[in-house]
Design a protein around this ligand. Sequence first.
Ligand SMILES: Cc1cc2nc3c(=O)[nH]c(=O)nc-3n(C[C@H](O)[C@H](O)[C@H](O)COP(=O)(O)O)c2cc1C
Length: 353
Amino acid sequence: MTRSILRMSLSTSELSLSERLNRPLSIAGKPVANRLWLAPMAGLGHIAYRELLDLYGGCGLMFSEMCSAKAVPMENRRVSPVFRWRDEELSHLVCQIVGATPEEMVPAARRIEDEGFFGIDINMGCSVSGIVKRNSGAALLREPEAALAVVDAVRKEVDIPLFVKFRTGWTKDVAPAEKLAKQFESAGVDCLVFHPRVAPDKRTRPPVIDNIRAIKEAVSIPVFGNGDVVLPEECSRMLDVTGCDGVSVGRMAMARPWLFAEWTQGFVPGDNIFQEYALHFADLLEQYYDPTRALKRYKLFTVYFAANFTFGHGIQSKFLAAKSMDDVRAAAREHLRPGLQLTRRPNMNMYNT
Ligand SMILES: Cc1cc2nc3c(=O)[nH]c(=O)nc-3n(C[C@H](O)[C@H](O)[C@H](O)COP(=O)(O)O)c2cc1C
């Protein structure tokens, strides 16, 4: 038997994590670099963070912060805080939109395709009240007909890969989500990213990862799992338990953006990587945003960053006291030195907000 036949006879769970994450995958015929993706995160997954992530080796696909579909057609990419990108990231950047109706979503989808993004992601997961009140985000899961109308209209408008990110729904029963997954597939969605929590749950209870299996088994398009993946063994476990095609990582990507390169390419972080990250992130935020917004976004990130350290609250407080990026840089130089005591599993209690 040749080596390649032997290899094919191994089940994927016998492969190393990097081998599993590097198995070839195309979405609607467009290849992706690997199966570990950056989840969409408002206020965090902005142009400055994504530039840094690319410097640390990037990931298979990056999802933007959610962009209001109503605003997208008129946005000026040079000044918009969210609908903003570098041309060189378009080949692996999916733009997430949030909205309630085909009338809102279709013009946004048109622009996203015209600008050259890899794909479009429809947000059906966000359950913050401002979004749900407008019948957007997870609210669409309460009205499957409205959800399908949006998907249908967007699919008819664009040819680029179409993603839906969604949750279990508004009750624990996964059956409605399974049914919707099938309907999304029939409507022409190319890939699903599933976060197995109910909508009002603000990440306080653990995700029910068996529900990812239920969604995976319901459809034949790729399904990515998401939720509380922090350590490489948790990523392997999500792949094993659910059979999902890949994993989307959110908060941990803010704590350690090099984790994608660690898990897929064997990258080994240097001794001073935390200080380098903190300083470089400050520079990039300053480059893209006005001083007030840059500092605000920096402070938002510090909770995920500080969760890396045994004495994370103390470290975070140094950054929260900063009145300018110069103060931030001074705090990074003074408090983030090699040898700081790290937690292997970042302190989720710090960032389960
Ligand atoms: C600060 C923050 C902002 C988020 N914003 C979005 C968003 O804009 N769109 C979305 O679909 N999910 C959003 N999410 C949810 C994440 O994409 C992800 O589903 C969630 O954080 C669980 O994954 P994790 O445990 O890997 O962080 C956000 C999460 C956080 C913590």
